[in-house]
Each structure stands twice: as structure tokens, then as C-alpha cells.
Design a protein around this ligand. Sequence first.
Ligand SMILES: [Fe+2]
Ligand SMILES: [Fe+2]
Length: 262
Amino acid sequence: MISIAEAIRAALLTGEPRAKVMATRALARAWRCGGLAWDFAVGMPERPTWPAELELLPPNRMPRRGKGGSLRGAIALWHSLAHIEFAAIDLALDMAGRFGSRMGRAFVGDFLAVAADEAMHFALIERKLRALGSRYGALPAHDGLWEAAFGTRHDVAARLAVVPMVLEARGLDVTPAMRDRVLALGDRQGARILQRILDDEIRHVAAGTQHFVTECDCQGKVPEIHWKMLVKRHFRGALKPPFNDSARLAAGLSRDFYAGVA
Ligand SMILES: [Fe+2]
Ligand SMILES: [Fe+2]
């Protein structure tokens, strides 16, 4: 029987987008059905494999995304979302593979389910891009998304603080307005995709927050205070309002966490 870590590592090192989606969904299914051995002897790669043709640019060199009004604008918008979801697959896989042996079965199950959601989100967006006459890899993408993972590779609390509780929580803040704008442009199917992503992301942030709080409890730390310290140390960007307080609260992220840091 193949081990969990081997299966995760193989999915991380799959660069072709559709193949990564398939590998991720197959591995989440194998986990649910008891088809993977609980063994983490194999380490995770420093970097996942991304499509060879994808040009990565530093965030400050990315062309502006625009509002999606023209076909070009729509392609740019959905391409940037495709990249976020594609990277999110690997962020969730790496979380499960790197910290799973220490954190236990519920943790692994949660983050493999997140990875499968991200694979579905990517697949929906990739289909949308094709319908617009483009594809993932046709435009440059920003290279900042793996930095947060790399900088927190030795500390599960720091990883949880930055990835689900900052980056994914940021998605909760910006997605409703994006959905409304897409709908106002007459794209009902696009708006439905964004609504589905928003609903799923609330669960992702909730899972991350819950494991963070548990980990803080084990370390004898106050979650809100420890989170602020970790974010200051490991997250280079700013936490920018407006916050989607109701979605954040639904995910267990009360204002006590982010009040005073923005
Ligand atoms: Fe997602
Ligand atoms: Fe997510």
C-alpha cells in the first residue's frame, strides 16, 4: 500500500494542471476509503511543481487585473483566480503531508478535503477560462503564493496563522464584491462559481482556525495573542479592511484576532 506522504508528494510534484487535479482528487478519495498507509517517512518537496509554461512574476510586476469588463479583462480576472486556486491545492497538500504525522488523522483528513475542494475550484475556473478562449498558463502569474508556505515550513502554528487564517480569510473579504461585479456584467455562471468558492472557503478558514486554536492550547498559548505575533513575524503584507466580519465569524475568526492589527 502506498503511504500518505508518498501520494501527497507525487501530487505536489505533478505540474500538468489537469493531472494535478486528478491526482489530488484520487488521493483524497483513497484517504477517505482507507487506501493509504499512515506513514510520513517521505519528505515534502521544497517547492511544488507548477506548469512549465507558466511565467512567474514578482507580485509588484504583475499587470493590473482590471474589473473584468472586456473579454481581455475577464480572461485576466479568471486567470488570476485560477492561479490562486492552483496554488491553494499545493498549500493544502503540503499542510497535510508536512505536518500530518504530528497533528494526526483529523488534521490530515481536513486538509486533504480542502485540497480536493481547491482542485474542484481550479477545475471550474479552468473550464471557464477555456470557454473564454484562454487557458491556465496563457498569462503570467504572481510568484508570491508559495513564499508564505516556504517561510513557515518548520512551524505548523505559523503555517496555519498565515495560510488559512490570513490568505484564505482574505478571500472571504474580497469574493462577495467580485461575485457581485461579475453578476452585474451579466455572467451568472461566473457568479455561481464564486459563490460556491466563498461557501467552501468559509469551511477552509474554519478548519485552519480550529486546528490553530487546538495547537495553541497544546502549547499553552492564547490563540489571539499568538496569532498576532506569528502574523507579524511571518506575513509581509498588510491586513487590509474592509473585513467580511460575518463570513470570518462563521469561520471562527472573531474580531479579537484581527482587531488592532489592520
Ligand atoms: Fe479555493
Ligand atoms: Fe481554500
